[in-house]
Design a protein around this ligand. Structure first.
Ligand code: BGP
Length: 477
């Protein structure tokens, strides 16, 4: 069957500064929290690879922009590395070399016909602000972020029309502060919730400046936030399973989508935190800022659905509160899996979340800012010419796109699809284990770039304005 893309539909790809640039050009002390995570424990990163060189985008961005043009990419999202861009994190003074680099990247994208989409924080919080102030636990850091955001708007506002304040702001609080999986390996739900809240506040303050000052909003620029939200499916329709799914939805979707899109937190949220002795520092003045400064568009990173069920055992009262108090993860039998990443593949989830945005979030304009498939050992899929035959990725993208197009047909205001990633890239901790790109990065050959079969599929799809898909089931092994 043929699926048609409208002319203005933004077909592109996404990346992040820290996952591509490498550390070249960074001055001593200019490291981000995720850089620090690697420095502290390189042993926990797959085969020791980390952000040090990454894809060497810092030196090779012109080559990458040329490839984008060749492939017909309409948009490319990346981030500014806050820890690189700002010289004095407290005053917001800019590092001129870094400014020249980001200016150069944006110019190069535009020169190659690619719309630049810029995110201000893809976990590149300066490590100095973490060490001195406790990172996003601190309201002072909110103010430092606002200064940084304004410096970025000032530099690039006349060229960049799509801005995002944060990428997946929940991930660091969740994995590093609440669940002790990432550095700094904390297990403190209250602090994690303060990080989340402070990021929502920082988002609103950055939106306010972008809207009120003349950095491009008046001439049609847009600002939003990227959230890794997904539908929360209960195991069954029983009251307890549905409640578990609702609570999951609250703690992992709504504490961002509600305040950022509608201006208010769900009514039950603060009372719940109080009930569990986890209440955070919130003022009426801040809540008023959040209410008055909502986003223009949303970015959705969708990889997999959330499946939950009611807990079968009571919470251990000696363990401090964690949202898991209310749910357990549910393993759906027979689910389609990406075995390399261990994530379920469920393309219809994208349609379902599009309908949630349409029906419960004022039908806000949005785009898919990430969706993709990380696969290990791709070199074994090379053909005689050395081109990776990643039919599984074509299947993944086509299947998600067709569900997305169905949502658009039904009135969802989705205006684009950015695949993760343009090239293979460094993942947190998994480093180069699972490959995500339309373009291969050859680690054994000077990080050379080679377009995969999916990249040619992308090019043809953009040129033709449609793709054909019959829902074949590729072998993932
Ligand atoms: C998202 C992040 C990306 C990217 C992606 C794939 O959560 O925004 O930075 O890494 O997931 O996940 P991973 O790299 O962990 O496989």
């Amino acid at each position: 069957m043929k699926y048609f893309l409208s002319k203005n539909f933004m077909m592109g790809a996404s990346a992040a500064a820290w996952q591509t640039e490498g550390w070249e050009g960074k001055k001593p002390g200019q490291e981000s929290l995720i850089d620090a995570a690697y420095k502290v424990n390189p042993d926990r990163w797959y085969e020791g690879y980390g952000p040090t060189i990454a894809t060497d985008f810092y030196h090779r961005y012109k080559e990458d922009c040329k490839l984008m043009k060749e492939m017909g990419l309409k948009a490319y999202r990346t981030s500014i590395d806050w820890s690189r861009f700002i010289k004095n994190y407290e005053t917001g003074e800019v590092n001129e070399d870094a400014a020249a680099f980001y200016d150069g990247v944006v110019d190069e994208l535009i020169k190659n016909g690619v719309e630049p989409i810029i995110c201000l924080e893809h976990w590149e919080l300066p490590n100095q602000l973490f060490e001195k102030y406790g990172g996003w636990n601190s309201k002072e850091v909110v103010e430092f972020y606002v200064k940084y955001a304004e410096a970025a708007f000032k530099l690039l506002g006349s060229k960049v029309k799509y801005w995002f304040t944060f990428n997946e702001p929940i991930v660091f609080p969740e994995l590093a502060i609440m669940d002790g999986i990432w550095y700094p390996y904390k297990s403190d739900t209250q602090e994690a919730m303060q990080w989340n809240y402070n990021k929502v506040l920082a988002n609103a303050k950055a939106v306010k400046i972008y809207h009120e000052k003349d950095y491009g909003y008046q001439s049609g620029g847009k600002i939003g936030i990227i959230i890794n939200a997904a539908p929360s499916y209960p195991r069954s329709q029983s009251t307890d399973d549905v409640k578990a799914a609702d609570m999951y939805d609250l703690f992992f979707n709504k504490i961002y989508t509600d305040p950022c899109i509608k201006g208010t937190f769900p009514e039950i949220y603060f009372p719940l935190l109080k009930k569990h002795d986890c209440m955070i520092a919130v003022t009426d003045e801040e809540l008023a800022i959040i209410q008055a400064n909502t986003i223009d568009m949303m970015g959705l990173n969708y990889y997999r659905p959330n499946r939950v069920k009611a807990r079968s055992a009571a919470w251990n009262p000696e363990v401090k509160f964690n949202p898991q108090y209310y749910y357990e993860n549910y393993e759906l039998q027979g689910k389609k899996m990406n075995p390399f990443r261990g994530w379920e593949i469920y393309a219809k989830g994208l349609y379902d979340f599009a309908m949630i945005l349409k029906n419960e979030y004022n039908n806000i304009p949005w785009l898919v800012t990430e969706n993709g498939m990380g696969v290990a050992g791709e070199e074994k899929h090379k053909d005689a010419d050395g081109v990776i035959q990643d039919d599984y990725r074509i299947d993944f993208v086509a299947d998600h796109l067709r569900w997305l197009l169905k949502a658009v047909e039904e009135g969802s205001q989705c205006f684009g699809y950015l695949m993760w990633n343009f090239t293979d890239n460094v993942s947190p901790y998994n480093a180069f284990k699972n490959r995500y790109g339309y373009i291969e990065i050859d680690l054994d050959d000077n990080r050379n770039r080679r377009i995969k079969k999916s990249g040619y599929w992308f090019k043809k799809t953009v040129e033709d304005g449609y793709f054909e898909y019959d829902g074949f089931e590729p072998v993932y092994k």
